[in-house]
Design a protein around this ligand. Structure first.
Ligand SMILES: NC(=O)c1ccc[n+]([C@@H]2O[C@H](COP(=O)([O-])OP(=O)(O)OC[C@H]3O[C@@H](n4cnc5c(N)ncnc54)[C@H](O)[C@@H]3O)[C@@H](O)[C@H]2O)c1
Ligand SMILES: O=c1ccn([C@@H]2O[C@H](COP(=O)(O)OP(=O)(O)O[C@H]3O[C@H](CO)[C@@H](O)[C@H](O)[C@H]3O)[C@@H](O)[C@H]2O)c(=O)[nH]1
Length: 460
């Protein structure tokens, strides 16, 4: 295997996982972040985010993995430099590229300075891993060139590659080591060859692991132009969000006609053309990616005078799901004033501490504004949620949240929530002991037998 010197700019969910995985498969990696406290923590071996398996990978990779705030140093020493900084929603939903832009310009400057000391043998491969709209590869390229011109006006050797990331939070390490595919977009072939060589150990799965690999011969590459690679990322997220909104639309119809959406999902999911995954109906999608990426894609469409009708509907169905929680509470509690409502799970999905666009936050605000007291349980995201919502009482035991509650909402399907004992829940709750299962993960019959007033989403 060919060993590369890799720089990763941005040590967040994506950058840190990418860096740790590339070190694990045999490359020398330096993760750079502007957040000094984060870098200091990482240098001491502490991982600032909750992601299963990451701490162990970082600890095991210590010989080949380092952390720093020194971007010029990483530019000078790297063959391949990933940009994995945040691209939050900007004005009108469009992606805010200020972090990406700042890094690209600094890379240009640092590259020109490094060239003065010693000319590189091969161009620096600048890889955009952040989720960015079509055209960003060209934008990064322009900023690198402009940054270099600020130093000496000369040409610097670099290539820009788009390599979108498809990892899911909560299984980020697994997804990075065993990806469904690796997408690479570039204008020059030599950069693609470097990227193929870099990813070879992952493609061939020639690294030590105790994880069960996905059953397949080799990980497929999709090599294409910059614009298509960038579009693939948005299209993938928009499709998945639409798939969830579709099943939520079916759930609403199931409630009206008296069918069970979980059976409908099983029935349609067995068709290979549809596929069983991402058909869980409930309170809808949140997180750091779907909301912002669908918004960014809608903004791109409007920039070109195109009305993205399907994406608009995907979002409005999702907004309706949050409101449906409130309607379900109001139907059985009548007024929410003076009531106590427990939220079971606060993170936007299980196995993460991430609260970005978490449905729990919106539901808590709405329930609170209607006069109820809200108590939230989450095994890892509790502290973060308490810091964001001063009116939310946070506890670290699901039954403590249920004690004295008139209603409970399953918001995040953590294992601790899935395995809830309905008898114990009923014994702790106040009438009408309403259980709104926002993820359709509990057994309705067992809940009803225990004396809970069970309400799922689209379950007849
Ligand atoms: N989180 C995910 O599941 C996921 C999955 C796929 C793609 N993405 C995309 O990847 C990108 C990163 O997402 P994330 O969730 O890892 O973000 P994050 O906020 O967790 O991390 C970003 C990091 O970049 C650092 N940073 C920002 N500007 C910098 C600069 N100028 N120099 C050095 N460091 C800088 C920040 O300090 C932070 O630590 C986004 O574009 C996101 O859309 C995220
Ligand atoms: O059937 C389903 C599946 C998911 N969700 C919700 O959808 C959201 C997103 O879930 P998931 O996709 O598992 O998590 P993310 O970590 O946000 O990952 C998505 O966003 C990432 C960032 O772009 C991509 O890299 C991943 O491929 C893509 O799955 C969460 O709120 C889930 O609760 C549902 O409501 N029903």
């Amino acid at each position: 295997m060919e060993e590369f010197n890799v720089g990763v700019v941005g040590a967040g969910y994506v950058g840190l996982v990418t860096g740790a995985c590339l070190a694990h498969v045999g490359h020398r990696v330096r993760c750079v972040d502007k957040n000094e406290a984060r870098v200091a923590e990482l240098a001491e071996g502490r991982v600032p985010i909750y992601e299963p398996g990451l701490e162990e990978l970082v600890a095991r990779g210590r010989k080949r993995l380092s952390f720093s705030t020194d971007l010029p140093g990483a530019v000078r020493d790297s063959d391949v430099l990933f940009i994995a900084v945040d691209t939050p929603p900007g004005e009108g939903g469009s992606a805010d590229l200020s972090s990406v832009g700042a890094v690209a310009r600094s890379v240009g400057r640092a590259l020109a300075e490094a060239e003065r000391e010693r000319a590189r043998e091969k161009p620096l491969v600048v890889v955009n891993k952040s989720t960015v709209p079509v055209g960003s590869g060209d934008y990064v390229s322009m900023l690198v060139r402009e940054g270099a011109q600020e130093v000496d006006g000369g040409n610097v050797p670099y290539r820009v590659v788009s390599n979108p990331e498809f990892l899911r939070e909560g299984s980020a390490v697994y997804d990075s080591l065993f990806p469904d595919r690796i997408v690479l977009g570039a204008e020059k072939r030599d950069a693609l060859d470097t990227m193929r060589a870099l990813y070879q150990p992952i493609v061939e799965q020639s690294f030590p692991t105790q994880l069960d690999p996905r059953p397949r011969d080799a990980v497929p590459f999709v090599t294409t132009d910059l614009a298509s690679a960038e579009m693939i990322k948005y299209a993938a997220n928009a499709f998945l969000a639409t798939k969830i909104s579709f099943i939520n639309e079916m759930a609403a119809l199931c409630e009206l006609v008296g069918a069970d959406v979980t059976n409908v999902a099983t029935g349609i999911g067995l068709d290979d053309r549809i596929g069983a995954r991402f058909l869980n109906a409930g309170i809808g999608w949140g997180g750091s990616c779907f909301p912002k990426d669908v918004a960014a894609l809608r903004a791109v469409a409007r920039e070109y005078g195109h009305e993205p009708a399907l994406l608009d509907a995907t979002v409005s169905v999702n907004e309706r799901q949050r409101k449906a929680v409130i309607q379900k509470l109001q139907r059985d509690l009548r007024t929410l004033k003076g009531k106590r409502v427990a939220l079971l799970g606060l993170a936007f999905k299980p196995n993460t501490d991430d609260l970005r666009e978490a449905p729990s936050l919106e539901i808590a605000r709405l329930v609170n504004s209607l006069g109820a007291r809200v108590v939230g349980y989450d095994p890892v995201a509790g502290k973060g949620a308490a810091a964001m919502l001063p009116d939310l009482k946070v506890v670290f035991d699901p039954y403590e949240a249920l004690a004295g509650a008139h209603a409970a909402v399953v918001v995040t399907e953590w294992e601790e929530v899935r395995s809830l004992d309905p008898e114990k829940a009923a014994s702790l709750m106040e009438d009408p002991k309403l259980l709104v299962d926002g993820r359709n993960v509990l057994d309705p019959a067992a809940a009803l037998d225990a004396g809970l007033l069970y309400r799922g989403f689209g379950r007849g």
